[in-house]
Design a protein around this ligand. Structure first.
Ligand SMILES: NC(=O)c1ccc[n+]([C@@H]2O[C@H](COP(=O)([O-])OP(=O)(O)OC[C@H]3O[C@@H](n4cnc5c(N)ncnc54)[C@H](O)[C@@H]3O)[C@@H](O)[C@H]2O)c1
Length: 355
């Protein structure tokens, strides 16, 4: 297969897990060896077909370093699960804008290197897909990189919780430019949102009437601090709406409240509480804690998204990819149930239904 040339916008924890993941899975040939991947092959593409060809950040400890080293520099604090060889991809200094919130000034040190022309660097690297992995709250910076992707004729993947793919004005611009776009706000592989939805759906399918439920997250990555300081309210709306869609009736739902506990590093504890009535209006309650590491939780879904976007490019499909977005993001252009989203993604991959 030809390589899928990808640019990383933000070399944080999530980028670290993705770069490591390519090397971790590169020799796997059989599905049962590829523990932790949803799909080893998608329309013939293996994760090793993904090649990171350019990377942008603003952190002084990352800018100028090879991507293979930058992913392990602080303030990144996620797991190292694989050694990564030198990649020959230097991290370039991008525009800062609102990428670094006031509360991050002691944690993130902004590089004094000159800012590069992002569109030109994207073009020079041959990137066909740009992935936005900027921190929560980076609205202007995310929009600026979307502009640069348009200029450089790159498809755009928006993993951050800012409305770009789900904004009709933006998705139309990508469509007119002949480029696919997907987003917004990636769904984790075994994250709180998906687990909460599955639990609620299972209970509702079995006749339980849920009256109240909440989900609380505590984490120690820079993303948890950013969410707490800058996007807590917005995240709560996005996650709550997403979880509410799992129930066929109205209930009191709160999802996405968050807090920051630095010593947890990139670990995340998610607490779920569900209250309802079953046979004879008998009360039931459910109390669960999920413990994960945040960044690897993005890897499998991201590999599916990248390959999904590449398949769209191969087939000349442009504009918002509805199936890929609904399968992999919390705030897609068109929301649908879990089953519909998974089915639409499968149809899309098989080429039975392009949108
Ligand atoms: N499981 C996951 O990791 C997951 C799941 C869903 C969504 N997301 C989203 O992905 C994004 C990245 O998450 P993360 O955990 O890697 O965050 P992170 O804080 O570890 O990384 C963000 C990176 O962006 C860099 N940055 C900040 N401003 C910049 C700018 N203007 N230009 C270039 N780089 C800049 C930072 O220096 C840092 O390296 C977040 O928006 C998060 O909400 C992640």
């Amino acid at each position: 297969m030809s390589k899928i040339k990808v640019a990383l916008i933000g070399v944080g924890n999530c980028a670290s897990a993705m770069v490591q993941g390519i090397h971790h899975y590169k020799n796997n040939e059989k599905e049962d060896e590829a523990v932790g991947l949803n799909y080893l092959y998608l329309d013939g593409y293996h994760p090793r077909d993904i090649k990171f060809v350019s990377a942008f950040d603003i952190e002084t400890r990352k800018v100028g370093k090879d991507l293979s080293e930058a992913i392990f520099f602080p303030p990144n604090n996620t797991l190292k699960f694989t050694d990564v060889p030198q990649l020959g991809v230097p991290v370039l200094k991008g525009p800062v804008l609102d990428g670094v919130g006031n509360h991050m000034k002691d944690i993130v040190k902004i590089s004094e290197s000159p800012e590069v022309d992002v569109a030109q660097k994207l073009r020079e690297s041959g990137a066909e897909i740009a992935i936005n992995l900027l921190p929560s709250g980076s609205v202007k910076a995310s929009q600026r990189y979307a502009e640069e992707a348009l200029k450089a004729k790159c498809a755009f993947v928006n993993a951050a919780p800012v409305f770009i793919a789900s904004d009709a004005a933006w998705s139309t611009r990508f469509e007119k430019a002949g480029l696919p776009i997907v987003g917004d706000d990636l769904v984790d592989q075994v994250g709180a949102t998906i687990l909460h939805k599955v639990l609620l759906k299972m209970l509702a399918d079995r006749g339980v009437r849920i009256s109240e439920t909440y989900q609380l997250d505590v984490g120690g990555g820079t993303e948890s601090l950013n969410t707490l300081e800058r996007t807590r309210d917005m995240k709560r709306i996005v996650k709550t709406r997403s979880v509410e869609r799992a129930l066929p009736y109205k209930a009191s739902v709160v999802a996405g409240s968050t807090d920051y506990v630095d010593f947890l590093e990139n670990r995340r504890d998610s607490y779920f509480w569900i209250k309802g009535l079953y046979f004879g209006r008998t009360p039931m309650q459910l109390d669960i804690r999920l413990n994960t590491v945040d960044a690897p939780n993005a890897g499998s879904v991201m590999f599916d998204v990248i390959r999904g976007v590449k398949i769209a490019i191969d087939r000349g499909i442009v504009g918002p990819l509805l199936g890929v977005s609904a399968y992999a993001f919390k705030h897609p252009p068109q929301a649908m149930s879990l089953e519909e989203a998974e089915q639409m993604f499968e149809f899309f991959i098989q080429g039975e239904k392009e949108q």
